[in-house]
Design a protein around this ligand. Sequence first.
Ligand SMILES: [Zn+2]
Length: 241
Amino acid sequence: MRPVFRDASPRGGDYEEYRESFPDLVGRIGSYCSYCERRIATNLAVEHIQPKSLPAYAHLAGRWDNFLLGCVNCNSTKKDKDVVLANVLLPDRDNTAAAFDYTEDGRISVRIGLPAATREMAAATLALVGLDRRASAVMDNNGRLVALDRVAQRMEVWLTAQSSRDDLLANPTEAFRRQVARTARECGFFSIWMAVFADDIAVRRLLIAEFRGTAADCFDAATSLPISPRPPNGLANGGKV
Ligand SMILES: [Zn+2]
């Protein structure tokens, strides 16, 4: 899950109408679902980390620090579940790049080796938005797999990233590396590209720079590996991983 940095409120305080924050959020962290990492051109929505519909969080309805961007799938799974910041890992306050592993079968799993308490938080995050679900295979009339759900889409992007890697191996130039990063930016699924290019520090650095709003301080400048715990950024309950 891509760690993001949305910086201070462009309004200098709360929004009266939360929907007005949408263009500001896209400008700061890109047109991606903050949870499943899909690039969404339309139907991406302002997502309240702590749901505005719960009385305890009604005062956060216009709070910039409570906003992320969510797709319909993640939003509809998350609904108005109570989110206790101390119990989940969040891409704006934790280094979520250090908590999950992405594999070519489309699965997202909690990274082995994390302390038990952190593993629990990571699992709770996946369950919160349904990223722990298995794929539902759908075939079209010609018997081809249709990437309808998020798992199938991750498998598809994994193949795209792998093809890009093969092409880069055949044509290892700086210009082609930059092209790979631009392709990734258009495809979305930051973490999948980071996983496929695990052994290519130069591409990983370009990915961090190319995906708008990626928290660069979450990655070691020399190795491009995640720095955990995340350096403090002033948000409550941050740096749990
Ligand atoms: Zn999503």
